[in-house]
Design a protein around this ligand. Structure first.
Ligand SMILES: [Zn+2]
Length: 345
């Protein structure tokens, strides 16, 4: 060791030959994390938890602390509403032909006791729910779908791989129940299958559905037309949040490589559609919680917190892309969705 290095080690009071910690990021991952930090700047730093190994435990933490906390149902745009908790929620698009729900809460009780009254409080008639677009086959997104299907005759929409995912998952599994929970979310009856690029039209609104594998094998994302004081805007909804533990896909996850390709594509298609903002069923994933709080305090004439502009939308997807590349550069993890479902017996 050179004298200068020895002197530095002495000053820092660290062992000269400290072993590399097993938690240290591989150099390539660290490079992508730094790239994400630069891209994020101040505006998107809330997204950077995605760059930590396993998201820094954010999803688990929000599930524990945020899921029990229901937010005041909110009118976010002239025709788009949020009803949900700090952990996960339902975006509701009002059209001249009825309502389209994006995700449905985590349980029948969420749908019947929280979301349905929440819609009424917002002046929306739950009997006019025509579609429930379930972004993916996990309990916290499809849990209320059977209720809306049975009670109001809503059509339930998933991609084919995620219908299969829900149908194949054992009752106690990550897909069908919160970790540690013995309560299994019943699945909706097989209904509509979304295909990539599908236009879903209801009344005066047409939504574009995109099949974006990654978080699950057939996660649905969407481009949603909204209005702010009559001005038309496009919101880009990314359907999945937590990164899978493995690079290649299986029937439980699309895998990191597919997720990365999907995010790049979603960024491109969002830019092409002129998307003005991003939304997510998990508000904490893209700064939505802060935006909702700012919206509540918005005065007439002030900018809309969810309208961030096409440059920031592109940067948002570039940050997620860099974080995914960091995850790809890390060793794969075993357990959770890396394991196939156990054989039925
Ligand atoms: Zn999920």
């Amino acid at each position: 060791m050179r004298p200068a290095a020895l002197a530095l080690a002495a000053v820092l009071l660290v062992p000269v030959s400290a072993p590399a910690q097993s938690t240290a990021d591989p150099p390539e991952a660290a490079l992508h994390v730094r790239g994400a930090e630069t891209l994020a700047g101040d505006e998107l730093k809330g997204v950077l938890f995605q760059c930590k190994p396993q998201g820094g435990g954010m999803v688990r933490e929000m599930l524990t602390t945020g899921h029990p906390v229901w937010l005041e149902p909110a009118r976010v745009f002239d025709n788009l509403y949020y009803v949900g908790t700090r952990f996960v929620g339902t975006w509701v698009l009002k059209t001249s032909g009825g309502l389209i729900l994006f995700d449905s809460g985590g349980s029948i009780a969420d749908a019947s006791d929280r979301i349905t009254p929440g819609l009424r409080k917002l002046g929306l008639d739950p009997a006019t729910i025509r579609y429930v677009v379930v972004t993916h086959g996990h309990w916290d997104h499809y849990g209320g779908a059977p209720w809306f299907q049975k009670t109001f005759g809503a059509r339930v929409v998933l991609s084919e791989p995620d219908w299969k995912l829900m149908e194949a998952a054992p009752p106690i599994s990550l897909e069908r129940a919160a970790p540690g929970s013995k309560e299994t979310a019943p699945i909706p009856s097989r209904d509509m299958v979304a295909v990539d690029g599908q236009k879903l039209t209801l009344g005066d609104a047409t939504v574009t559905l995109l099949v974006t594998p990654g978080h699950t094998p057939g996660t649905i994302s969407a481009l949603i037309p909204v209005r702010d004081g009559g001005r038309e805007r496009i919101m880009s909804l990314m359907g999945g949040t937590a990164f899978p533990p493995i690079r290649a896909g299986n029937m439980r996850t699309g895998g990191l490589l597919a997720f990365d390709a999907s995010v790049q594509r979603l960024g491109l298609l969002s830019a092409r559609a002129g998307a003005d903002g991003v939304i997510n069923a998990h508000l904490f994933a893209d700064g939505g919680l802060e935006k909702l709080a700012r919206l509540a305090a918005r005065r007439p004439g002030q900018p809309h917190p969810f309208v961030i502009g096409s440059d920031l939308v592109s940067r948002y997807y570039a940050v997620v892309d860099s974080c995914l590349k960091a995850a790809i550069a890390r060793p794969e993890r075993t357990g959770t969705t890396a394991d196939p479902f156990p054989e039925p017996h």
